[in-house]
Ligand binder design. Structure first.
Ligand code: CA
Length: 496
């Protein structure tokens, strides 16, 4: 009943000269790897509401980030420009929010724009009619929010609170006369993977399957792979493993946290593990907490989808699910991201758009976060500025692949020296091959993804791949030229 009444109320909006442009709901997680999503065939289990979006929309199998780290990915999405041009090359820079961004352009075109949740770009959000964002990384429990009126405090779990705010804005903050852009951006499942109060004991009775590369020895690759600081074996700490409680808990939260974790921790202390057994235990602890935070994202997505259905908004709303990059879930013995290897290069990207996108469809073309701004603008019927470097995904969403769609993507990671000590590198990936240049140390890797999907054996310098290498080097040169990548690395080494 409620649906039909609202549908009637909405009719006048659709009777203008042209149909009301669609609303855009951009749901963005932080560090949510595609291989932790049921619809991508995850061996880690289902994500029922995200999977529902895939059944009702299009799933992109080859969506890749340009620079696999948090703030830089966000800046690329907002501007449609590579890191070296939007100025956020590492997590250290402040985003210059005077730049042209797609929210500003949508706002100017008559969209009502809102961002709720994680922002992580230091400067204040611009181009938004409404914004409430976490300061910096934010906290999982009892989070503060930055608002135009100052800091607002909250009690509860961040994923629930962000969703409460989203639903409240949709219900009563929105101007029903205007199409809207809503950016619904989670902190989860970012480190330290602190589960919500309702999920503390989820997965206690199951064993999470291990990746085949959990005990990777990094032979067969450049020296960079072995010389990082992001292994499950050595670089997960007490906080990460919940051997101590998170800092922000109030008394009541601490009591339920202790009830959930103290028996498990006692069992661990009694077992006195070492070597591979200890790695396996850490892997289980890490993955279960990671998946618990995702369970909360998925449950809360269910609340949003139900609201969109009941309000009648679902019909004319494009819903996108994505994450700023992928993540290592024990793959190569790691957690975190940064590398151009597949697990952190690939982003989840699912788009539901009733009457435009074929339900249950998928796409394997090479797409990037560089394309998001252009796509949102074209969805809204707004011209894409020439300075943006990506390409609208609209034809792909309609099931049409242009003949001149890209055959390679460009990647560059700049944050070294820094936490996790992943060397700076750039590279090119085609449908089958990947060439990586660790340019500070003069090392290269070449992978044949068809024969070696786990990227364990670089064939750089192998005579069988001489022609492939030559072709990839030429592609890399052309891409660097096309994207105006300066010869000189634009990120100086930090002082000291
Ligand atoms: Ca991230």
């Amino acid at each position: 009943m409620r649906t039909s009444l609202l549908a009637i109320l909405l009719i006048p909006l659709a009777t203008c000269d042209r149909p009301q442009p669609p609303n855009i709901v951009f749901i963005f997680a932080d560090d949510h790897a595609a291989h932790a999503i049921g619809a991508y065939g995850s061996r880690l289990g289902d994500t029922p509401n995200i999977d529902r979006l895939a059944r009702e929309g299009m799933l992109f199998r080859n969506a890749f980030v340009t620079n696999s780290i948090c703030a830089p990915s966000r800046a690329v999405i907002l501007t449609g420009k590579h890191s070296h041009l939007n100025g956020v090359m590492t997590n250290r820079e402040r985003f210059d929010s005077a730049q042209v961004t797609f929210p500003r352009l949508l706002q100017a075109a008559g969209y009502q724009t809102a961002i709720i949740g994680k922002w992580h770009l230091k400067s204040e959000p611009t181009g938004f009619d409404f914004w409430q964002v976490l300061p910096g990384q934010g906290t999982y429990y009892n989070p503060d929010f930055r608002t135009p009126a100052g800091i607002v405090e909250h009690t509860g779990y961040v994923t629930d609170i962000i969703t409460d705010k989203v639903l409240e804005w949709l219900e009563s903050g929105r101007d029903p006369e205007k199409p809207f852009l809503l950016m619904y951006q989670h902190k989860a499942p970012h480190r330290r993977w602190e589960p919500g109060p309702d999920q503390l004991t989820f997965f206690d009775d199951v064993t999470i399957p291990e990746p085949t590369t959990l005990f990777d020895d990094y032979s067969g690759r450049a020296s960079a792979a072995a010389n990082q600081e992001m292994t499950i074996a050595e670089h997960l700490y007490e906080d990460d493993l919940k051997l101590v409680p998170p800092r922000q808990l109030n008394e009541e939260q601490l009591a339920s946290w202790n009830a959930a974790y103290e028996p498990k921790n006692q069992e661990f202390r009694d077992a006195n593990l070492s070597g591979a057994d200890l790695v396996r235990w850490k892997y289980q602890r890490y993955l279960k907490d990671y998946l618990r935070t995702i369970t909360s994202i998925d449950d809360n997505l269910g609340r949003l989808l139900t609201y969109l259905d009941r309000s009648g908004l679902a019909e004319n709303t494009v819903v996108i699910y994505s994450s700023d990059q992928g993540f290592y879930l024990g793959d190569h013995g790691w957690y975190d991201k940064r590398w151009m290897y597949e697990e952190s290069l690939r982003m989840p990207l699912i788009v539901r758009w009733p009457r435009v996108v074929e339900p249950g469809s998928d796409n394997s073309d090479l797409v990037q976060n560089l394309d998001f701004a252009e796509t949102f603008l074209e969805i809204a019927g707004v011209a894409v500025p020439a300075e943006m470097q990506g390409r609208s995904l609209l034809p792909l969403l309609r099931g049409e692949v242009p003949d001149d769609w890209r055959d390679a993507i460009y990647y560059q990671y700049f944050e070294y020296p820094a936490v996790h000590m992943v060397r700076r590198h750039y590279g090119v990936r085609t449908m089958r091959y990947k060439l990586i240049h660790y340019y500070e140390i003069g090392e290269w890797e070449l992978f044949d993804l068809h024969n070696d999907p786990e990227e364990l054996n670089s064939v750089y310098g192998h005579p069988d791949y001489a022609d492939v290498l030559e072709e990839l080097e030429e592609m890399l040169r052309r891409l660097r030229e096309r994207y105006d990548v300066p010869e000189q690395d634009p990120v100086p080494y930090p002082e000291g």
